[in-house]
Design a protein around this ligand. Structure first.
Ligand code: PMP
Length: 362
């Protein structure tokens, strides 16, 4: 007997929705979900395994529900005068965002976002019963302070979600826009900085705005620059009162002792863990130069991926690359595709495959 979803008494507001769907395929070159494609250094891996070996001996007990050591490590990594009290963490920043919406969103409440943006923002909104309000960006995917304020005044959301640099466009967001949005709302303002470590130093982080703004939350992840996607560790920095709110919705012991041990060990080696970031940025810059030469204009990117246009048939190009064992991302943006900057060899293979496309390409 095989039932379908419509046979189940699922919530009405979930009927007809599609789940997060980045294809997960075993291919030689995976440039589709903005991971760091460099493996972590072996010496760091050895230290992490040592920490795990110790932690595993204690798994008969529940882990530290407050993950205090990890929060201290994360605060130390972020700097900006932050302490453990300012930090909260969960299994990936997706879970952090979910907890934020559980506490501050939910039925009868709304969150304003600015598509095209990270697809999980609206999916997590749906999962938590929070109404998603889609604002519009300015030219070049930017959001000026005026645009942000107009959308907030028009739609009076309970939360505003920004993403800087924005996925999938790579666009940075100015601190002026964030500050203006904060002043225009009594709700929570979230800045998703998953890709912050790839941005040039000219892009100041929203962490610098936290002081005196208790409704501002900056979310980060160890999944991207930190090369730790498989370990699942996302976190936020905010006023300590935000952590108090999230304690009301988190499940007790949500961060396993193994996750905590692995993350603390990795953070003790943050310099080595981040060693490939400059390489990745160089490959991103190479994509930004080479793709236009092949007829694909690329959007400026402050991140580890590039959104490029001029593609005659994005779906056909996606499939053709797959035949070359290369997977990138088709986000259903007309004539556009997104590619993650990989290692030099991966980026070369991708560019060569793009150069060999027929009429489905540029
Ligand atoms: N935010 C953005 C903007 C992302 O692109 C991603 C991952 N694609 C995430 C958050 C979630 O990352 P994780 O749950 O692995 O921390």
């Amino acid at each position: 007997m095989v039932a379908s979803l419509s046979d189940l008494p699922i919530r009405d507001d979930l009927r007809g929705l599609t789940p997060y769907g980045a294809p997960q395929k075993k291919v030689r070159i995976a440039l589709n979900v903005n991971e760091n494609t460099h493996p972590i250094p072996e010496a760091v891996a050895t230290d992490i395994v040592k920490a795990l070996a110790e932690a595993v001996l204690g798994v008969n007990r529940y882990p530290d529900r407050e993950f205090t050591t990890l929060r201290q490590s994360l605060a130390g990594y972020l700097g900006h005068g932050l302490t453990a009290e300012n930090i909260w963490a969960a299994n990936g920043s997706n879970e952090v965002l979910q907890q934020i919406l559980q506490a501050f969103g939910g039925p009868g409440r709304s969150v304003l976002g600015f598509p095209p943006t990270y697809s999980m923002h609206s999916i997590i909104a749906a999962g938590t019963g929070t109404r998603w309000v889609a604002g519009e960006r300015d030219e070049g995917f930017e959001i000026s302070p005026q645009t942000a304020v107009q959308w907030i005044e028009r739609t009076t959301p309970d939360l505003v979600f920004f993403c800087s640099p924005n996925n999938p466009t790579g666009t940075p967001l100015s601190l002026e826009t964030i500050a203006a949005a904060y002043d225009a709302t009594n709700g929570i303002v979230v800045v998703d900085e998953a890709y912050a470590e790839f941005a040039p130093s000219e892009l100041p982080t929203a962490l610098t705005l936290l002081e005196g703004r208790e409704r501002l939350i900056v979310s980060r992840t160890m999944s991207k620059a930190f090369a730790f996607a498989g370990a699942r560790l996302g976190y936020l920095a905010a006023d300590p009162a935000v952590a108090d709110a999230l304690r009301l919705v988190r499940l007790p012991y949500h961060l396993s002792a193994l996750t905590q041990a692995a993350a603390v060990a990795a953070l003790a080696h943050s310099t080595e863990m981040l060693a490939m970031v400059d390489d990745i940025k160089a490959q991103r810059d190479r994509l930004l130069v080479e793709l236009p030469k092949l007829g694909y204009p690329a959007w400026p990117s402050w991140s580890n991926f590039v959104l490029f246009g001029g593609v005659a048939d994005p779906h056909a190009v996606f499939e053709e690359l797959l035949d070359h064992e290369i997977i990138i991302r088709d986000l259903s943006i007309p004539h556009h595709l997104r590619v993650t900057a990989g290692t030099e060899a991966e980026t070369t293979a991708f560019l060569e495959a793009m150069a060999g496309l027929g009429p489905i390409g540029a």
